[in-house]
Design a protein around this ligand. Structure first.
Ligand code: ATP
Length: 231
């Protein structure tokens, strides 16, 4: 078995069945993501998309099968996993006493980013958050809060980025900017796994979609996934 940076796949699910102790939700799923690969997770409400993300993060144990990051079982406590996997979950948490800029600063400094001040400014510019950089989370709109969560995820130089419905609450222009950025991230070798209900995200930023349907997971092209979302 290859492990570490020379592993064949960054993320691999083998005959993975996901669910909760009393309830199986979906599977078996097979998923192989190599460097720069971008896969959307799509399916109806309740089909198991967030459950899959929780399993990939190691928050939920597989009901059956395996899920590996760089050739080893996923383990959120491992140093490599913490350094190399960046996550934006739907209901991310905030420090209510820290400003928008301070949130980005603690992530940037926590990951020892060189020139962190410029990187924080670049995220504030990209997400058009300069005017609210000095505000606390409780003083933000829901869309602004969503942009802070995304900025805090994308400021990190991770190998694998997991996003759970990043399009939620974003206006169309920011969504389009974000989708271009995700496509560019992939070109530079970052791997993406993105739960989405937006066909444009699939078309613009990703290569394939994992469709969770009738308790099965099927890998299809991004265009087929977009058409499924538009059906
Ligand atoms: N803690 C839990 N215990 C048991 N079942 C749960 C738990 N959390 C979620 N579920 C069930 O798991 C199924 C999948 O939920 P999940 O949140 O993964 O769906 P989803 O595809 O992300 O949905 P949506 O598109 O609405 O966000 C649902 O039927 C839900 O009721």
């Amino acid at each position: 078995m290859q492990t570490g940076q020379d592993a064949k796949y960054q993320l691999e699910a083998k005959e993975l069945v996901i669910g909760y102790p009393q309830r199986t939700i979906c599977g078996p799923l097979n998923l192989q993501l190599s460097r720069g690969h971008g896969v959307g997770i799509i399916g109806a409400n309740g089909s198991g998309k967030s459950t899959l993300i929780r399993t990939v993060l190691g928050h939920l144990a597989p009901v059956q099968g395996e899920i590996e990051f760089l050739g080893l079982p996923v383990n959120e406590d491992s140093m490599t996993f913490r350094q190399e996997v960046a996550v934006q979950v739907t209901d991310g948490t905030f420090f209510e006493e820290l400003t928008v800029a301070e949130h980005l600063e603690i992530v940037a400094r926590g990951h020892s980013l060189p020139s962190w001040e410029q990187k924080v400014q670049a995220e504030l510019d990209f997400f058009e958050l300069q005017e609210v950089a000095g505000l606390l989370p409780g003083e933000l709109s829901s869309g602004q809060r969503r942009k802070v969560l995304l900025a805090a995820t994308l400021i990190r130089p991770a190998q694998l980025v997991l996003l759970d419905e990043p399009e939620q609450r974003l206006d169309l222009r920011i969504r389009q900017k974000l989708y271009c950025r995700l496509a560019t991230l992939r070109q530079s070798g970052t791997t993406l796994l993105v739960v989405t209900h937006d066909p444009q995200l699939l078309r613009n930023s990703l290569e394939h979609a994992m469709l969770l349907d009738e308790d099965q997971g099927e890998m299809i092209s991004a265009e087929s996934g977009a058409q499924w979302l538009e059906r």
